[in-house]
Design a binder for this molecule. Structure first.
Ligand code: 9UX
Length: 70
């Protein structure tokens, strides 16, 4: 199992959190998505490491920006 933490900017409410969570959950192998609204920290647990481009694409599809990955 792989866990990665990202920072997403632009989320301001619980619906934003739902949108980001749903988009990221659709990526192959994603098991869990945890979003902390106040900080924008997003922790994604997946079977294999995810390409950053895929994560960025999902976040942007939801309407937000990926500003860091680790
Ligand atoms: Mo409500 Mo969150 O417009 O973008 S869904 S603030």
């Amino acid at each position: 199992m792989n866990t990665a933490t990202y920072t997403v900017t632009g989320m301001t409410c619980g619906h934003c959190v739902t949108s980001v969570t749903e988009e990221l959950s659709e990526l192959d192998g994603v098991q869990e998505v945890q979003v902390d609204l106040p900080t924008g920290a997003v922790v994604v647990t997946s079977q294999e490491p995810l390409p950053e481009s895929a994560v960025r694409g999902a976040v942007e599809e939801a309407g937000y920006q990926l500003t860091s990955a680790s």
